[in-house]
Ligand binder design. Structure first.
Ligand SMILES: Cc1ncc(COP(=O)(O)O)c(C=O)c1O
Length: 429
């Protein structure tokens, strides 16, 4: 048997963490300096096997570090299929659906309605587990936890007695609660006082323990996030969707880009650009990484231009992007605080899911934007409202204002000639 291994490397300081031996959550050097720390899996040569599995965690298993760890630790392909299958059955019981490749189609009427001349792809995540793409991030983390337990790797010792923790009051919290429940793992959710009553009630129904977080005098940054960090320091497992807190979180959502790339490849029509709504940044980061892998595998000719869309009320990524000018991401990553800091004012928007006061995963996004010739767009509330209304009315997809915010970026500037794609990332609640 080979030595179990699943290497991760910090994109800021270069620290190496092998997920077979240490938990690849926060970079061990994070917090000590002004470097942007994020553990990224060391990818192997990407191959898209002609696998017709409908579950993305089976279909793309060779592209996932927890699967590679499982195999190198002596677990069989069948064992992986069983972890995925068992969780999937539970997910279907709890939430009505397990993970399946989600639908994507060209929407000519929507393109016409928004005044866009090219073909417009819409990837529909509203029917995904828990109603958004967020569950993809967390399934990647849970599969890692399953693998280290089943392979009895010492790195997993005592983990079963540690609670999961997340700071969120929306789609990420719901995704975490559904997956935690499927895995029968206790979860703490840190929410603000104004969290939606419907979301809180569903979280409670799913068995999550709720902590309401208020701002303590003089505190900078999101109080929920600060409480989450304190819980993790006290032993909780970071089960959120920020890559900086858990290096596995972003990887699970690369499956979204893989599915899209396969769809483009089979239609022989690749988009020139993908417009993505950005809050904490894990979604755009995952798409950037996933499309790069799909291009490296020859599935698509080149990764589409990544266009990051934020609201005028809260645009820390756009602020960083404009400061970058021609500075290379590797250099910017050595001086995080010059580019990324908490948004100073309290923002409001109908797209409330993208009001994170920091774009935690900013550096991988700016890297992908530079590499693909992409850019940043900031949209106003009227444009967000238009995208929300047209997104629902023209396609019939019950998308939320947050989930259609990428479309607002296209509406703001439809001058781009080639085909484009957007992700309707979450259901209207
Ligand atoms: C439906 C939906 N789309 C997109 C996002 C933004 O994702 P990220 O925070 O990874 O940028 C969110 C975040 O809450 C969301 O709920």
């Amino acid at each position: 048997m080979t030595r179990p291994t699943a290497p991760f490397v910090c994109h800021g300081c270069g620290a190496r963490v092998d997920a077979a031996e240490a938990l690849p959550f926060r970079c061990p050097n994070a917090g000590a300096d002004d470097v942007d720390h994020l553990l990224l899996p060391v990818d192997v040569e990407p191959v898209f096997p002609p696998d017709r599995e409908d579950n993305p965690y089976l279909r793309y298993r060779h592209l996932l570090s927890p699967y590679r760890l499982a195999r190198s630790a002596g677990l069989s392909d069948d064992a992986w299929t069983e972890f995925v299958g068992r969780l999937d059955e539970k997910l279907a019981d709890i939430d009505g659906t397990g993970f399946r490749v989600t639908p994507m189609a060209v929407q000519p009427e929507l393109a016409q309605a928004v005044g866009f001349g090219g073909a417009l792809w819409v990837k529909n995540e509203t029917g995904n587990v828990s109603g958004s793409h967020k569950a993809r991030h967390l399934m990647g983390v849970m599969l890692y936890l399953r693998v280290i337990a089943a392979a009895r790797l010492p790195v997993g010792d005592g983990l079963a007695h540690r609670r999961l923790a997340i700071a969120s009051c929306g789609n990420a919290a719901l995704a975490a609660a559904v997956i935690a429940r499927a895995a029968d793992w206790p979860l703490d959710v840190f929410i603000p006082p104004d969290a939606s009553a419907a979301v809180v009630s569903r979280l409670k129904e799913l068995g999550a323990k709720i902590s309401v977080c208020t701002r303590q005098g003089g505190e900078a940054g999101d109080p929920c996030f600060l409480r989450f960090r304190a819980a993790v320091q006290a032993g909780a497992i970071p089960f959120g969707v920020q890559g900086t807190e858990n290096g596995l979180a972003v990887e699970g959502a690369r499956t979204l880009a893989f599915e899209m790339a396969e769809g483009f490849a089979s239609a022989k029509l690749s988009p020139e650009a993908v417009f993505v709504q950005v809050g904490g940044g894990a979604l755009a980061s995952a798409l950037g990484q996933g499309f790069a892998l799909a291009a490296a595998a020859g599935l698509i000719v080149k990764p589409p231009r990544l266009v990051a869309v934020q609201t005028a009320g809260c645009a820390p990524l756009d602020r960083a992007w404009r400061k970058m000018a021609d500075i290379r991401p590797a250099e910017a990553g050595q001086h995080r605080s010059r580019f990324m800091w908490p948004w100073e004012s309290v923002p409001h928007s109908i797209a409330h899911g993208i009001l994170d006061d920091e774009t935690y995963d900013w550096l991988e996004i700016v890297k992908a934007m530079q590499q693909t010739g992409g850019c940043s767009r900031v949209v106003d509330e009227d444009t967000l409202a238009r995208a929300y209304e047209l997104g629902q009315q023209v396609t019939g997809i019950p998308v939320s204002a947050t989930g259609s915010a990428g479309l607002a970026g296209l509406i703001a500037d439809p001058s781009l000639g080639g085909p484009a794609a957007v992700v309707f990332s979450g259901v209207d609640r």
